[in-house]
Design a protein around this ligand. Structure first.
Ligand SMILES: *Cc1c(COP(=O)(O)O)cnc(C)c1O
Length: 423
């Protein structure tokens, strides 16, 4: 599929009059349409709820939009819990899926009444000593081995640090039941960024069959099953996007084959999608500021890996559009780089693009999830702004860019700015 930007060059020209590049831009219209489509795809399940994975895009304005659709949030840390609380997510609106969890984070999750998703059997004791055991709890399952759909290996749960083994899960349920838990959930995240309609149905089969056995063998009252994240997006133009209606329908078939005959037709399904909810509805806008002709052809941008870490970290592909040159031939081969003192600071390597001129605006696609949020400050680089492109075409600054004051703010013992000679 041809990858199109959700913003035009003319719109960007207006936006950069007010906000200098680089910045992340989000598409409110796309976010809303996608949220509606997810809800509809699972509307057959009475208790269905999406708990948006806050870590993907931890911005209050984005979370507020998703809250309008009845979504909860999935938090994994103290500050994410604080953010959820401040936005009015209450008690069971919050899922707390964490691992190697510090006591104070469990304490906050417990005090907020969040649904705690335990990562390990030893956390049962840890939680009991820290806060006591809540009446509703979830356990994260990791069956080990490889996760395979037909003959394709999707991922390696056996190498993943998360979750209970099968034996531990049954043992954990028995222990938790003795300790007074009344409502149980199970959760698993077995493959990431899956661009196939088969992932959720295959995962659902594993979880539903396990839930039936758990109920039969431990007598636990299982009230929800959490399919977690993992539905992916087509970062590459040659990938076929997932069809959420097909996914919802195939999960329904597995539900009716597995849970309904076991008398579990009232179990609620939860999802914790991050990438699928936001990924395509954000982009990183940057300006080409240098060209360099050495052993290769380089384009230097005003954004760098601190604004988008995925290419450097995973070698991930992010599509690039040179604004205004959408219909020109891609007859130049470039490495598109940032300015970090790290040779992996490249948004693209050997990418065929139209001829880039200095001052051209580049749109780096699909940065709406795990983009800004994975940012960091290496080389003293500052985090960019985040801007919302609203449905009416106007813009709203939803997070300002960092300033040197922000960067130096944690040196309580030494005031860099007032000691500077040059100011
Ligand atoms: C990261 C994460 C998610 C979201 O994953 P996506 O790939 O963005 O859908 C959901 N649940 C948990 C527990 C996670 O760690």
């Amino acid at each position: 599929m041809e990858k199109k930007t959700f913003v035009t060059k003319e719109q960007l020209k207006e936006i950069i009059k007010e906000y200098p590049t680089p910045f992340h831009l989000y598409d409110e219209k796309g976010i809303r349409e996608n949220a509606k489509a997810l809800k509809e795809a699972f509307s057959w399940n009475k208790g269905f709820r999406e708990y948006f994975a806050v870590k993907a895009t931890p911005n209050p304005f984005i979370l507020k939009i998703l809250q309008e659709y009845g979504f909860g949030c999935d938090c994994s840390s103290e500050t994410e819990l604080m953010l959820a609380d401040a936005l009015g997510f209450q008690g069971p609106d919050i899922m707390f899926s964490s691992n190697a969890t510090p006591a104070r984070e469990y304490k906050l999750a417990y005090d907020l009444g969040a649904v705690i998703n335990l990562d390990d059997i030893t956390h049962i004791d840890f939680l009991e000593k820290t806060t006591g055991i809540p009446k509703t709890i979830c356990c994260r399952y990791n069956p080990g081995g490889t996760f395979t759909i037909s003959t394709d290996i999707m991922d390696n749960p056996g190498e993943a640090k998360y979750g209970f083994t099968t034996e531990q899960l049954f043992e954990g349920f028995r222990i938790l039941k003795e300790k007074g838990v009344e409502n149980f959930g199970i959760h698993a995240f077995l493959a990431s960024n899956t661009v196939t309609n088969e992932y959720y149905p295959a995962l659902a089969k594993v979880l539903f069959e396990t839930a039936v056995k758990l109920k039969q063998e431990t007598g636990a009252n299982i009230t929800f099953i959490n399919l977690s994240g993992g539905i992916g997006i087509p970062y590459r133009p040659d990938q076929e996007p997932n069809d959420i209606r097909v996914i919802g329908e195939k999960v329904r078939e597995v539900y009716e084959q597995t849970l309904v005959p076991a008398g579990m037709g009232d179990v609620a399904l939860y999802t914790e999608l991050g990438r699928y909810m936001l990924g395509p509805y954000g982009c990183l806008v940057t300006t080409a500021i240098h060209e360099k002709h050495t052993h290769k052809e380089y384009i230097g941008c005003d954004a760098c890996a601190v604004n988008l870490m995925r290419p450097a970290m995973y070698g991930a592909y992010h599509h690039i559009t040179v604004m205004g040159k959408e219909n020109m031939p891609c007859d130049h081969k470039y490495d598109v780089t940032g300015s970090l003192c790290e040779n992996n600071d490249k948004f693209a390597v050997d990418r065929m693009l139209p001829k880039i001129d200095m001052g051209d605006l580049l749109v780096i696609h699909d940065t709406g999830a795990h983009g800004y949020s994975m940012g960091y400050n290496y080389n003293g680089k500052l985090r960019s702004a985040e801007i919302l492109l609203k449905e009416d075409g106007s813009t709203q600054l939803i997070r300002r860019a960092e300033t040197p004051e922000d960067y130096f703010a944690t040196f309580d013992c030494f005031d860099i700015l007032s000691n500077m000679k040059y100011r």
